[in-house]
Design a protein around this ligand. Sequence first.
Ligand SMILES: [Mn+2]
Length: 305
Amino acid sequence: MKKISKVCMHGVPMDLGRGHRGVDMGPSAIRIAGMGSGIKALGIEFEDRGNIPVEIPERLVPKNKRARFLRPIADACELLRDEVRIVMDEGHFPLVVGGDHSIAVGTIAGVSGYFLDQKEELGLIWFDAHGDFNTPDTSPTGNVHGMPLASCLGYGAPELCDIGRRRPMVLPENVVLIGIRDLDQSERELLRESGVKVFTMHDIDRLGMARVAMEAIEIASTGTAGFHVSFDLDGCDPSIAKGVGTPVKGGVGYRESHYLMEAVAQSQKLVSLEMTEIDPVLDDGNSTAELAKELVLSALGTRIL
Ligand SMILES: [Mn+2]
């Protein structure tokens, strides 16, 4: 694995995947928090490639109640996929900042497509309070931000499942969830059936984050060229991440979150990263975007000593 020498960031002001507005401001919040200068201070080159164009809900009428705004979300994901692919082809490190978690379909389509073209697999660590494993048939809300992981594994709407180079974009044996504490009933069944490894909050309590991080990195690294981290800020406890769309109490703490990202950096297997669901409207100052920035810096190699 080569050292990360240049990070290229895309913002995705997406909030079509959620029931209400706010996370579209996430990319601005993380820029204001100083993402670029933080990365440069690590001695890594940084280029902000701006935002992916995303339609606003005020101009749309949701056509599909089971997957609201599916088409415009898929359109933005396809644009993001192509932009991320360009970054990979250039040999740089893609950093994607959301926006709601539906954007992960575009990011993962781009990164996994790059590796599949070289006959290599991509591992995936999905940090979240939720499973994001609904489909239009199982979702109680029709909100697409509850469906992206299922889509990457080939379950659900073809508009999302088929934007990668292969369906599924990643193999279940290379995928691991961390921080889970809120699953819908049918989602739980599908997630079990999928064979994906899940570390719930109960597992983190029992094993400790050090062991969970080690096992997760092992799963995501074995038989792959490296792994992507898709980080939903709602995986963190609401006491440290107030500005998130769907807070769930009993989440991952400040040091545990950083430990995970530090372990990811030490593995030297991280190939791409995204931070999602930052909602400045609900935030306390800009503290959740600040946390997201710090976590990115830990994943890119900030060391305590
Ligand atoms: Mn999520």
